[in-house]
Design a protein around this ligand. Structure first.
Ligand code: GDP
Length: 297
């Protein structure tokens, strides 16, 4: 599970201050020195760490007194609230169009988990929101991608729209939306092509699909295991294409978790879902508050 090392270190640090009946500025400073190191070691972006430490210090030192908590507990509460804020504060839900179908473009680099996440999201929408999604195989360049999505469709007993690999992704997307309207699908999940790196060809193709489909949601799928590279990818995609949210995959692995903590602060884009495994039900809505509590204990 992600964050294990970070959680252990932060919980150890906070334990020292928890029981204190009086917390001096020096205590806060010392605690934050350890918190800073723990976050950096967990691969959180250094600018994000700097601001986080400054924000906590400012609030923790001059904070209002609450009768129900000891001063030590109050400092921990501040750390918890700031960590929650850092990861987006409120939970960010997936968009729903006023007029169905809601069009969702799934984008990301190869291997990040885009196709798998498309299947997971379809499953989630049906199971938790009673929706009727149509998955669209628009990744015509990776030979196995169409097959992979079709296999997922069979497994889930959900339809996949495909026109093979000889029709342009823009045309596939266009026709898929028509079909969704005819057959009353309320979500269209377009699995677009990925590349090994962000490049101009990929971006202009995605731009074209965006232009034609007018998506309500552009979800960027990134791999938590790739650390700050994932955050850079998110910055690139957001600047070039404009995304509306992030799906952070492979948080079940032993990643240090820095990408999940940094991405909202660096890009302004919230994590909407977390991938927690390879199976189709291993997708969870991302709750910043729960995640912060999981890390801080
Ligand atoms: P794509 O190239 O972005 O479409 O990537 P795929 O969907 O083919 O996924 C690449 C690999 O990552 C596959 O082996 C998936 O099973 C795996 N994968 C995707 N999401 C997760 C996740 O949340 N956790 C784990 N452990 N593996 C994942």
């Amino acid at each position: 599970m992600a964050f294990e090392g970070l959680a252990e270190r932060l919980q150890g640090t906070l334990k020292k201050i928890r029981g204190k009946g009086k917390v001096s500025e020096q205590d806060v400073k010392e605690m934050m020195r350890e918190v800073r190191l723990a976050l950096l070691e967990a691969d959180v972006n250094f600018k994000v760490v700097k601001k986080f430490v400054a924000d906590v210090k400012e609030r923790a030192v001059g904070q209002e007194v609450m009768d129900s908590l000891t001063p030590g507990q109050q400092v921990i509460k501040v750390v918890n609230e700031e960590l929650t804020k850092l990861m987006g504060g409120e939970q960010s839900k997936i968009a729903t169009a006023n007029k169905p179908p809601t069009v969702v473009m799934m984008v990301g680099l190869q291997g990040a988990g885009k196709t798998t996440t498309t299947g997971k999201l379809a499953h989630h929408l049906r199971k938790k929101h009673n929706r009727k999604p149509l998955m669209v195989a628009a990744d015509i360049y990776r030979p196995a991608a169409i097959k992979q999505l079709e296999t997922l469709g069979k497994q889930l007993d959900m339809p996949v729209f495909s026109l093979g690999d000889q029709v342009s992704p823009v045309e596939i997307a266009k026709q898929a939306i028509e079909k969704a309207k005819e057959e009353h699908h309320d979500y269209v999940l377009i699995d677009t092509a990925g590349r090994l790196h962000v490049d101009e060809n990929l971006m202009s193709e995605l731009d074209e699909i965006k232009e034609v489909t007018k998506p309500d949601e552009i979800l960027l799928v990134i791999d938590a295991m790739t650390g700050q590279d994932a955050v850079n990818v998110a910055e690139n995609f957001n600047e070039r294409l404009g995304i509306t949210g992030v799906v952070m995959t492979k948080l079940d692995g032993d990643t240090r978790g820095g990408a999940a903590i940094s991405v909202k602060a660096v890009t302004g884009m919230p994590i909407k879902f977390a991938g927690m495994g390879e199976k189709t039900d291993a997708l969870e809505p991302f709750h910043p508050e729960r995640m912060a509590s999981r890390i801080l204990g």
